[in-house]
Write a protein that binds this ligand. Structure first.
Ligand SMILES: Cc1cc2nc3c(=O)[nH]c(=O)nc-3n(C[C@H](O)[C@H](O)[C@H](O)COP(=O)(O)OP(=O)(O)OC[C@H]3O[C@@H](n4cnc5c(N)ncnc54)[C@H](O)[C@@H]3O)c2cc1C
Length: 351
């Protein structure tokens, strides 16, 4: 816990993690600045921004879903009111089953108390030009989409207008004796919310944070309209007009800095197996997800410097996880409320 009454916090990183941290600091009346190097391959600018209750091949309800998403919905609603622009919307995913077994698992879950509010099945969906036609049974999931560029640009504009934003890169190592300051401006604490970019910062090298590559397409599909997000292996997300987001790959060797030929072939095959209508691949892009081997966030204090913290490791779910964990982390940093052991990076400390 930091000890002063009038805290002034430096947040390094203005992706969804840094945005959520600074939003909670602002709402708590705590002074802050965000330092961001404008790295646009950062995950938050590439993501589809989806919050999907049921994920994976076995259709498991996401970790702490009700608690996290109830809080996230409220937070995104408050941010929309504050910025005067809607930053999230309700969506429905329609899902094709790859086998009768998969279909049975889904139908069984639809009847269970925990799952029933989130998923159902139907035979009524017809989306011409896609596999979602022909009177088969499809699974449907209720979820959310966070409009990440509107959210992040809206918040950074607000921060810039109020002098809370600094363009630049943090490039000093973290040491026991380091001054907690930037260009002569003192801070009470520094929080690194640097996403997968941490691989370029040796100070956090002991943390098992693995950059995971996600390649995706921006696709133009003329004369094609549906409100559903179409999910097979990958998901097709309407962006407005003819433009769609389609992806993404999941590459554990996420050391690549550019989209690959393999990724392109994989996505082309996947798109072809779902869409029979005419489309054009407009762009092929890559983002790096900050994933952790035990699939839990990495939050807590540096083992070298008690006024330096890390807030990251949000993997594939930054948009549902960061609101709740930002609130939890700030209660810890400012008021000494113990961090949940499940997310505390102490689990990986070397000392
Ligand atoms: C293709 C793809 C699709 C995805 N889809 C979804 C989805 O649908 N739903 C979902 O919830 N999640 C999704 N994710 C995951 C999600 O994007 C991440 O969990 C989340 O964005 C991580 O946010 P972050 O702020 O921790 O990191 P980042 O988004 O990587 O942000 C880090 C920020 O730190 C800054 N920075 C880094 N180092 C420095 C430094 N030294 N000095 C100054 N600034 C620095 C960078 O400029 C950047 O702005 C997806 C990811 C990818 C790649």
């Amino acid at each position: 816990m930091i000890q002063t009454n009038n805290q002034h916090i430096l947040v390094v990183g203005g992706g969804i993690a840094g945005m959520m941290l600074s939003w909670h600091l602002y709402r708590s009346g705590v002074s802050f600045k965000i330092l961001d190097e404008g790295y646009r391959s950062a995950s938050s600018y590439q993501a589809a921004g989806l919050i999907n209750p049921v994920t994976g091949r076995r259709f498991v309800l996401s970790w702490l879903y009700d608690q996290l998403v109830t809080y996230a919905e409220r937070t995104y609603g408050e941010i929309s009111d504050f910025l005067g622009v809607k930053v999230s919307r309700e969506v429905r995913f329609v899902r094709d089953f790859s086998s009768p077994l998969e279909e049975n698992v889904w139908l069984g879950k639809c009847g269970q108390k925990d799952y029933a509010p989130h998923i159902y099945w139907t035979r009524d969906i017809e989306i011409p030009g896609t596999v979602f036609s022909g009177g088969k049974t499809y699974g449907v999931t209720r979820g959310k989409r966070i409009l990440s560029s509107i959210l992040l640009d809206g918040w950074s504009d607000f921060c810039r207008q109020n002098g809370f934003w600094i363009d630049g890169r943090w490039d000093r190592p973290i040491t026991e004796s380091m001054p907690i300051e930037l260009d002569g401006e003192p801070f009470d604490a520094i929080v690194f919310a640097t996403g997968a970019a941490r691989i370029w910062d040796q100070s956090w090298a002991h943390l098992p944070l693995i950059p995971n590559g996600g390649e995706y397409f921006i696709v133009r599909i003329p004369d094609f309209h549906t409100d559903y997000l179409l999910k097979r292996k990958e998901v097709l997300v309407p962006l407005g007009g003819e433009m769609h987001w389609f992806g993404a790959t999941y590459d554990w060797d996420g050391v690549r800095q550019r989209p690959t030929a393999e990724g392109r072939n994989y996505l082309e095959e996947s798109l072809k197996s779902m869409m029979f209508c005419r489309y054009e691949i407009v762009e092929h892009r890559l983002g790096l997800r900050p994933t952790v081997k035990d699939r839990r966030p990495l939050i807590g204090v540096s083992e070298l410097q008690p006024r330096v913290y890390f807030f990251g490791g949000f993997g594939t779910k930054g948009f549902s996880l960061t609101p709740w964990w930002a609130s939890h982390f700030i209660s810890h940093m400012l008021r000494g409320i113990p961090l949940s052991e499940e997310v505390d990076l102490l689990r990986f400390h070397t000392r």
